[in-house]
Design a protein around this ligand. Structure first.
Ligand SMILES: Cc1cc2nc3c(=O)[nH]c(=O)nc-3n(C[C@H](O)[C@H](O)[C@H](O)COP(=O)(O)OP(=O)(O)OC[C@H]3O[C@@H](n4cnc5c(N)ncnc54)[C@H](O)[C@@H]3O)c2cc1C
Length: 400
C-alpha cells in the first residue's frame, strides 16, 4: 500500500468523526481531525445509544464513559395518545445477546466532550477546531484537504480521508457521490424541560413513543431533563415553532398543567431519509450522516454511524499494519450500506408511519399489532433484536 504521508485525515469532529479518529489513533495510526466549530457543539439531536453500540465501544473505554454520563433505560413503551400504554418492552430480554441490555440516554455532545480530551492525550493526533474544510481532492496516492481558518487557508495531505462531516457533507459532494432519497415536509421540534413527567403521567417509563394522527410525540427521560420530539405542521415556519408560545402549546397539549413549562433546551431540525450511492471514492470514505440520514424515530442514525466508524477503522488498521491487503477496504461499503437501507432507513420510515397514521382502521390494526407483539415473548425478543440493531450487526458480520 502506498503511504506517502503516514496520516489519515478526518473531515468533521462530530460524534462519528471523533469516534473514527479515536479508534484509529488507538490502533497507532496518526490522524488529523478538522472540525469547523471552535468548540464542542451543543447538539440536541442524538441521546439514545443502543446496546450493541456500547458493546462495540467497550474496549476503547467510551462505553463506560457514556454509561457514567448517561441514564440506563431498560424499558420502552409504545403508546397511543387516547388509549395510553399499548405495550411495554423490557430490554432485559436481550441479556444473553448483549452486555448492555438497555437503551442508554446520553447526548451526543457528551460523547464528543469525552472524546476530545482523550484524543488530545494520544501522540500523533491533531484535533484542529476552527478548521472549515472547503475542498477535498483524492488521487491514486494521496488525499488533499483545504481548510479555511482564522489565520487564513491551510492545506493538509494524508493517505486516506474519512468524511465525518454530516448530512450536508462537503466531502461527499466533492467526490460527486449522489445522496438519493427524500426530505420530510415537516420539521422536527426538540424541547427539553426539567418537569418530571414520570411523577405526573400515569404508568409511563423513560422511553415513550406515542402515536397520534394529529400530534404524535416521543417523550424521553435523559440524565437531567425530559426531552420531547414532535413534528411541526409544514404550514408553520421554523422560527415560529421556536417561539415560547408554540413550545408551551406543544407541551401543554401533551400534559396540561396550570403553570407554564420551564423550557431549558429547544431546537428544530429538517429531517430526510437519504443514503449515499457509494461509500467510497478511492482513498475517501463516507461514514455516519455523510453516508446516510434518517428521522430520529428509533434512535438509530448516530448508532449506525458509530457502526460505520468501527467497521471502517478496523479495516483501515488491518491494511495499515500489513495484516490485510488493500482489498480489505472494498468490504466496507457492502458491510455497511445494506444495513443503512434495511436497518436504519426502512425502520425509521416505518416508525414514523406507525406514529402518524391517520386512517382509523389502519391505526386500530397497528395498535392490535403492537398488543400482539407484546403478548408473545418470542415476537418481542425478535422485535428487540431488530430495534436494538443487534440483528443488523449480526447480518453484517460485525457481531456474532
Ligand atoms: C431530532 C434528532 C434526534 C436524533 N436522535 C438520535 C438518537 O437518539 N440516536 C441516534 O442514533 N441518532 C439520532 N439522531 C441522528 C444523529 O443526531 C446523527 O446521526 C448524528 O449526529 C450523526 O453524527 P455525524 O458525526 O455523522 O454527523 P454530525 O453530528 O452532523 O457531525 C458532523 C460534524 O462535522 C462538522 N463539519 C461539517 N462540515 C464541515 C466542514 N466543511 N469542515 C469541517 N467540519 C465540518 C460539523 O461541525 C459537525 O461537528 C437524531 C437526529 C435528530 C434530527
Amino acid at each position: 500500500m502506498i503511504r506517502k504521508h503516514d496520516r489519515v485525515l478526518i473531515v468533521g469532529g462530530g460524534p462519528v468523526g471523533s469516534v473514527a479518529g479515536f479508534l484509529l489513533a488507538r490502533a497507532g495510526i496518526p490522524v488529523t481531525i478538522l472540525e469547523r466549530a471552535d468548540d464542542i457543539v451543543l447538539d440536541y439531536r442524538a441521546s439514545t445509544i443502543q446496546p450493541p453500540t456500547l458493546d462495540l465501544l467497550e474496549e476503547c473505554g467510551a462505553a463506560q464513559a457514556m454509561v457514567d454520563m448517561g441514564l440506563i433505560c431498560p424499558l420502552m413503551q409504545y403508546r397511543d395518545r387516547q388509549q395510553g400504554k399499548i405495550v411495554e418492552f423490557d430490554m432485559g430480554a436481550l441479556r444473553n445477546d448483549t452486555r448492555h441490555p438497555y437503551r442508554l440516554q446520553c447526548e451526543q455532545f457528551k460523547l464528543v466532550g469525552w472524546l476530545y480530551p482523550e484524543l488530545r492525550k494520544i501522540p500523533g493526533v491533531e484535533l484542529l477546531l476552527g478548521h472549515d474544510v472547503t475542498e477535498v481532492t483524492v488521487t491514486d496516492d494521496e488525499v488533499t484537504v483545504e481548510a479555511m481558518t482564522k489565520a487564513g487557508p491551510k492545506t493538509f495531505k494524508g493517505d486516506f480521508v474519512i468524511a465525518g462531516d454530516g448530512g450536508r457533507s462537503l466531502t461527499r459532494k466533492a467526490m460527486g457521490i449522489e445522496f438519493g432519497g427524500y426530505t420530510y415536509p415537516e420539521h422536527f421540534l426538540v424541547a427539553g424541560t426539567r418537569y418530571d413527567f414520570k411523577a405526573h403521567m400515569d404508568d409511563i417509563c423513560s422511553v415513550n413513543y406515542t402515536a397520534d394522527p394529529d400530534a404524535w410525540y416521543v417523550l424521553l427521560e435523559i440524565p437531567d431533563m425530559w426531552r420531547i420530539v414532535a413534528p411541526v405542521d409544514p404550514a408553520v415556519e421554523p422560527d415560529e415553532a421556536m417561539q415560547e408560545s408554540y413550545l408551551q402549546n406543544c407541551l401543554q397539549n401533551l400534559q396540561p398543567r396550570p403553570e407554564p413549562y420551564e423550557i431549558v433546551v429547544k431546537a428544530i431540525y429538517r429531517v430526510s431519509q437519504r443514503v449515499a450511492d457509494r461509500y467510497r471514492q478511492g482513498r475517501a470514505f463516507l461514514a455516519g450522516d455523510a453516508a446516510h440520514i434518517n428521522n430520529p424515530l428509533g434512535g438509530l442514525g448516530l448508532n449506525g454511524g458509530v457502526h460505520d466508524a468501527v467497521s471502517l477503522t478496523n479495516r483501515l488498521a488491518r491494511v495499515w499494519h500489513g495484516a490485510a491487503s488493500e482489498s480489505e477496504l472494498d468490504g466496507y461499503e457492502p458491510q455497511r450500506r445494506p444495513e443503512a437501507v434495511s436497518a436504519i432507513l426502512s425502520q425509521t420510515a416505518r416508525n414514523k408511519k406507525l406514529l402518524e397514521e391517520r386512517d382509523p382502521t389502519v391505526r386500530a390494526r397497528n395498535l392490535d399489532e403492537w398488543r400482539r407483539l407484546g403478548a408473545s415473548p418470542e415476537a418481542t425478543y425478535k422485535h428487540l433484536l431488530e430495534t436494538s440493531m443487534i440483528a443488523s450487526l449480526r447480518r453484517s458480520g460485525m457481531l456474532r
